[in-house]
Design a protein around this ligand. Structure first.
Ligand SMILES: [Ca+2]
Length: 280
């Protein structure tokens, strides 16, 4: 005879299933990552005037100078960027710019993940890096609203161009868990919520940022190229870049650029035949 199981057991099972699902979903949501490639950005069209600012995110890059986040208004702004490997915050509530920086000697462009927490309550602002390094400052003025009209930009300034920004390089690297005043920026941008836009980014942190010397390279579209920075000459010998050409998958034409930037060779091989480098 079939014995009916007590209802509370099935309820318990259901509750446990829901709890596990919720925690898995929670894990996914707090692990949102996005990759930037040097011409990528996210824009969130925020308009607000707030006496408090809460910004947090994680990032990893090898660039010493790069824009991370900009909240832009007509006169007010909050710009967070890397300058010579240090994190700098330029903030203006309308009464002039205040600058804050991460501790000297703390190198942040080492491709490791670093966590940034910026908290402002009216004039009191605090910048925390990797949980343990905290810098505090007092902003000038009598009015403490950060007036934002043009929204929040991540990784690059997009079509926003104001003089106060000066020249800021776009980010090449990854960012994660970006929260601007309670808004989960990556989730917003991914779902195009609130007219947010994401340009030339990919979701997740791309493995290309962990490429090693032996990593193979794919040239995935017409006009794809490798730019090799000009090395500092130490001797009279000619520098020949060691690109693993036999391992390259390409879409022709394939262009080899010499260290001095001149086009060395243009090869139009067939798609199926791997390129055999010439012996010099
Ligand atoms: Ca203001």
């Amino acid at each position: 005879m079939h014995r009916k199981r007590p209802t509370f057991l099935t309820d318990m099972g259901l509750l446990m299933f829901l709890a596990v699902t919720a925690s898995l979903l929670g894990y996914c949501q707090t692990d949102e990552k996005v990759s930037f490639y040097g011409a990528s950005y996210i824009h969130l069209p925020v308009q607000e005037a707030k006496g408090a600012t809460d910004i947090s995110f994680r990032f990893r890059t090898h660039l010493a100078d790069a824009m991370l986040l900009l909240a832009a208004g007509k006169t007010d702004y909050c710009l967070i960027k890397l300058e010579a490997g240090r994190l700098k915050v330029h903030i203006n509530l309308g009464a002039g710019e205040n600058e804050m920086a991460s501790a000297r000697g703390l190198t942040l462009n080492d491709l490791s993940w670093h966590e940034v927490n910026l908290t402002r309550r009216e004039a009191n602002i605090s910048l925390q890096i990797d949980v343990i390094h905290t810098t505090r400052s007092q902003l000038p003025g009598r009015f403490f609203e950060l007036n934002i009209h043009y929204g929040v930009f991540i990784g690059g300034q997009g079509d926003f161009n104001e003089l106060f920004l000066g020249h800021t390089d776009y980010l090449r690297g990854c960012m994660a868990d970006i929260i601007y005043n309670g808004a989960k920026v990556i989730e917003y941008a991914r779902s195009r919520k609130g007219q947010s836009e994401a340009t030339a980014v990919t979701w997740g942190c791309s493995p290309e940022f962990d490429a090693t010397k032996s990593t193979e390279v794919s040239f995935v579209e017409d006009g794809a190229f490798v730019a090799i920075p000009r090395p500092i000459p130490r001797s009279g010998s000619r520098y020949i870049p060691k690109v693993p050409l036999s391992a390259v998958m390409y879409t022709p034409p394939f262009i080899i650029v010499a260290p001095n930037g001149t086009v060395e060779n243009v090869i139009k091989p067939s798609r199926t035949q791997p390129y055999q480098p010439h012996h010099r």
